[in-house]
Design a binder for this molecule. Structure first.
Ligand code: FAD
Length: 319
């Protein structure tokens, strides 16, 4: 079976691979046999290779050196280009993070290949699915030149374990002078709260303009904490300064696909839906029975969030 290279992304705060990596390994299986690529400082692969194998990596290519870690994305693109030349894989799958997209673009140039960004699915024949215009249009495309390179949109695939050998193979790294133009001076791992990371959480409670103030977002945080979930926000809420922009869910924010999404004081605009409509169960709390979010919700509560949410939090916390 043809090999498919999957670039591993690490979660420094949790000390393991990001969920996006497990999603990429799962998606890559349609195309061939996944081989994870770990690029980082010496010792990076040791703590994550078992998890990579558990999610289907038949092989784990380990490219570790201080040099690949000391410069920005260029060395990673070089390592992947080297592996593409040596292994002729059926494709390369990279998580669609800002760094992943930059690596994919550089890799496409280096290998003379086509690349498809933000794909949500990859079929056995290499056809990729992309979602455009906030979910209104579905596009199917194929790369026709070089080795197909895909960046996989977060939360579009459910990570599924598929234990494989995870045979480790060391990649000799020789970072070129051209790739050493931007040195990393410092890495800051932000760990502001004990809540799960928004895009990886199983439960997300989001607040909208209806929350009415930054102070009142404590109502949203209270419900999220009672459920062990993450906090999200609509663009109207973040633009009003109620919550930081990094928590925005939607077309121009983050995409989430939790088991449970609770939308509180959010009307359900198409741009908000684009970031949460694949959630498994959607609950809406809104005082307007005509709010469009109710068309999408599995369960709805018509009422004032300032009454409904604290009551729900109290009931859940009492259990
Ligand atoms: P509103 O639409 O004002 O809705 C507030 C809701 O709260 C209403 O339904 C109201 O009935 C309810 N409410 C008010 N008070 C209470 C109360 N006390 N109790 C219960 N319910 C109450 N939006 C995003 O969210 N994410 C994006 O990524 C995003 N990207 C965009 C990109 C573009 C190019 C554009 C043009 C827009 C984008 N938007 C995005 C904005 C989007 O169009 C909406 O304006 C936004 O989602 C509305 O946020 P909201 O639902 O919180 O506010």
């Amino acid at each position: 079976m043809a090999e498919v290279l999957v670039l591993a992304e690490l979660n420094p705060a949790a000390g393991g691979p990001r969920k996006s990596t497990l999603e990429a390994l799962t998606a890559a299986r349609a195309l061939g046999e996944p081989a994870a690529v770990v690029i980082g400082a010496p010792g990076t692969a040791a703590g994550i290779k078992d998890t990579l194998a558990e999610y289907g990596a038949a092989k784990v290519y380990v490219a570790e050196s201080d040099d690949v870690d000391a410069y920005l994305v260029a060395p990673k693109a070089e390592v992947l280009a080297q592996l593409v030349a040596e292994r002729s894989p059926a494709g390369v799958v990279i998580p669609s993070s800002p760094e992943g997209k930059e690596i994919a673009g550089r890799l496409a140039i280096k290998t003379g290949s086509g690349f498809l960004t933000d794909v949500t699915e990859i079929a056995a024949d290499g056809t990729a699915t992309q979602v455009a215009f906030a979910g209104a249009t579905i596009v199917h495309s194929q790369v026709t030149v070089g080795t197909p390179i895909y960046t996989l949109r977060g939360n579009s695939v459910t990570p599924e374990p598929a234990p494989a050998a995870g045979t480790e193979e060391t990649v000799q790294v020789a970072v070129s002078e051209a790739a050493k133009q931007t040195r990393v001076l410092d890495r800051v791992v932000e760990q502001k709260s004990n809540r799960p990371e928004l895009t990886e959480a199983a439960i997300v409670v989001s607040g909208g303009r209806g929350v009415a103030s930054a102070e009142n977002f404590s109502v949203i945080e209270g419900l999220a904490d009672s459920l062990g979930g993450a906090v999200g926000a609509s663009r109207a809420a973040v633009d009003s300064g109620f919550y930081p922009h990094s928590f925005q869910v939607g077309q121009t924010g983050k995409t989430v696909s939790p088991q449970l999404y609770i939308a509180v004081g959010i009307s359900g605009a198409i741009q908000h839906r684009a970031g949460m409509q694949t959630s498994k169960t959607i609950v809406a709390v809104n005082k307007d029975p005509e709010a469009p979010i109710f068309e999408l919700a599995d369960f709805g509560v018509v009422g004032d969030l300032n009454t409904v949410v604290p009551a729900a939090t109290e009931q859940i916390s009492a259990r």
